[in-house]
Design a protein around this ligand. Structure first.
Ligand code: B12
Ligand code: SF4
Length: 501
């Protein structure tokens, strides 16, 4: 990369286009699932756009998947504008698509500097820059401060080795500059630039039945997690938890409600309940103000207690997502989850008693999974008062401790393009991918195919009819796929499995 390109461009041109690239979100054959999945905007890009705008740049955001934009269409939009910079957010699953976009942009707008960041870069930055020559610079970890420093260094043509936390190629060598520049005080960050999102908030829907009434927006009230669950990639924000003050979180909620009519907030931070003092203060603020808003959050089972749950319910909490993972204590131990099935059960019971819905996040196929652990999971999910279940296919994401354990075994071809939680890219000893796929369906059927769950969803649909159209589209799509699969002689699976994996 010639650093003078960045300089030449940036003298007059302060346009920067941020891209959330398209990626394989849903396994082939299951496209109908899109009607009910989460279509949230990238909060990371909203934060970055707000930050660079404060420095005098002109940011824009392209949300590819939400607007069904293909790689060619995204590139075309960028080439038309010829911005000085493009910033692409990378999840592992999106890397190949992003590289193709970058390649096309380089052909149509050679002076545009392409910068990448996001969870995949935080864990695999060096390898990615080595592998994909289309990316000029990568930002490692939390992006706001580093991106601003990088843009300033490019404009002034100063020594890039002095910018912390970046990765770039020079004379065919990949350079990694030391350090990361984290925002110690989150309150200092500008509010995410929701105003830059096309058709916000209508176009950005979370998963069906994951909220009572829209429109919905997301907030991350904290960053970082001190736990080290083996399947989880925490490389972006690290293990030091930093919080926004309750006053700032409340200000964001109020802004979203008053400016965009937001009626439900999804808190996406890993440990929303890490500080009960802050959550209590936030709940009291909501109650004192009379703000009419509902919200959901994610929590570890060891952070909830009946007292705080009752207050949260009063302040509008509608659903808590717990990473329950499995019904097997032995497997929880192998995951380094620092949790126990009995404690999980107690937390879910307390949550139900407080009148808050529980969403259980589970995974199938972690190393050590066998027929016995699968049976324990099936028993567990039918026993607890959970109303929505999210089952992902275990995926060793780069950045997670288990990726390092497994790399060098049978995931030598690491299938980045398949790492969306919807494909098994690895199977534990004694279980085949076909068997895991069969069990995946069986577990979901074991949970959802019960009268009490059916009634719950009928009630929910009657209370909040906005979900009905989405459900109908999904159901018709499923029916069509099922008939097609039965006609071609398959039982159980809707599509033929890819035998290459
Ligand atoms: C909310 C969320 C979602 C939402 C919204 C996704 C989105 N596009 O943002 C939904 C439900 C759609 C989703 C889906 C998936 N998710 Co998700 N998701 C999260 C979660 C919980 C919070 C993300 C967030 O908003 N963080 C707050 C913002 C501020 O941070 P950020 O987006 O990371 O951005 C910062 C930095 O990364 C960096 N940065 C990001 N992009 C860029 C770009 C440039 C140019 C620069 C300079 C910097 C930069 O700067 C930003 C500001 O500091 C994270 C866990 C976590 N703690 O982050 C997982 C997480 C990101 N998801 C993950 C995964 C695996 C997925 C899925 C692939 C499958 C799944 N299991 O659901 C899909 C595919 C997602 C996709 N490609 O869009 C993994 C990623 C691992 C990896 N290496 O890929 C994470 C880290 C969970 C984990 N701990 O393992 N997800
Ligand atoms: S799964 Fe949750 S608790 Fe475990 S490391 Fe990831 S964010 Fe932290």
């Amino acid at each position: 990369m010639n650093q003078s390109v960045g300089k030449k461009n940036s003298i007059h041109n302060r346009d920067i286009i941020f891209i959330n690239p398209p990626y394989e979100r849903i396994a082939p054959g299951y496209e109908f699932v899109k009607h009910i999945t989460n279509q949230a905007a990238s909060l990371g890009l909203l934060h970055l756009a707000a930050e660079v705008r404060e420095q005098g740049y002109r940011p824009a955001i392209i949300e590819s998947d939400i607007f069904n934009l293909t790689i060619a269409q995204v590139a075309e939009k960028v080439i038309k504008k010829k911005p000085a910079y493009v910033g692409i957010t990378l999840f592992t699953v999106g890397v190949w698509g992003a590289a193709e976009i970058a390649r096309k942009i380089k052909q149509g707008s050679p002076d545009t500097v392409i910068i990448v960041g996001g969870p995949h870069i935080s864990s695999m930055g060096q390898e990615t820059i080595q592998r994909f020559k289309e990316f000029d610079y990568a930002v490692n970890g939390e992006g706001e401060k580093i991106l601003v420093e990088l843009l300033a260094a490019l404009a002034a043509d100063t020594n890039l080795m002095l910018v912390p936390g970046i990765i770039f190629r020079k004379h065919s060598f990949v350079h990694v500059t030391p350090g990361k520049a984290i925002n110690r005080v989150l309150d200092d960050l500008p509010m995410p630039a929701w105003d830059l999102l096309p058709n916000f908030p209508q176009a950005y829907k979370p998963a069906i039945y994951d909220f009572p009434r829209g429109p919905v927006a997301t907030i991350a009230a904290s960053r970082g997690c001190p736990f080290h669950c083996k399947f989880c990639d925490t490389s972006t924000f690290g293990d030091r938890v930093r919080h926004y003050s309750p006053a700032k979180v409340f200000a964001m909620m109020q802004h979203l409600h008053e400016t965009y009519g937001i009626r439900h907030i999804l808190f996406v931070d890993d440990l929303f309940l890490a500080s009960k003092i802050r959550v209590t203060e936030l709940c009291n603020k909501i109650l004192d103000s009379g703000l009419k808003i509902t919200w959901s959050c994610t929590a570890r089972v060891d952070t909830v207690k009946p007292g705080v749950l009752a207050l949260m319910k009063k302040a509008g909490c509608w659903e808590i997502s717990f990473g329950l993972e499995t019904g097997s204590n032995a497997l929880l131990k192998k995951m380094d989850k620092a949790a126990e099935v009995e404690k999980s059960e107690q937390a879910v019971n307390w949550t139900a008693k407080a009148g808050i819905r529980t969403k259980g996040l589970f995974m199938l196929g972690f190393p050590g999974e066998d027929q016995e652990t699968i049976k324990q999971t099936k028993d567990f999910i039918r026993r607890i008062p959970m109303t929505i279940m999210n089952l992902t296919k275990f995926t060793p994401y780069p950045g997670s401790p288990v990726y390092r354990d497994l790399y060098g075994t049978n995931i030598r071809e690491d299938h980045w393009e398949k790492m969306n939680g919807m494909n098994f890219v690895w199977a534990p000893e004694g279980l085949s991918i076909e068997e895991l796929d069969r069990q995946y369906q069986e577990i979901l059927i074991a949970f959802y195919n019960r009268p009490k769950i059916g009634f719950h969803y009928i009630k929910l649909t009657l209370m909040y009819p906005n979900h009905f159209i989405r459900f109908l589209r999904f159901a018709l799509g499923y029916l069509y796929a099922k008939i097609k699969s039965l006609l071609s002689g398959r039982k159980g699976l809707l599509v033929k499995m890819d035998s290459k994996l």
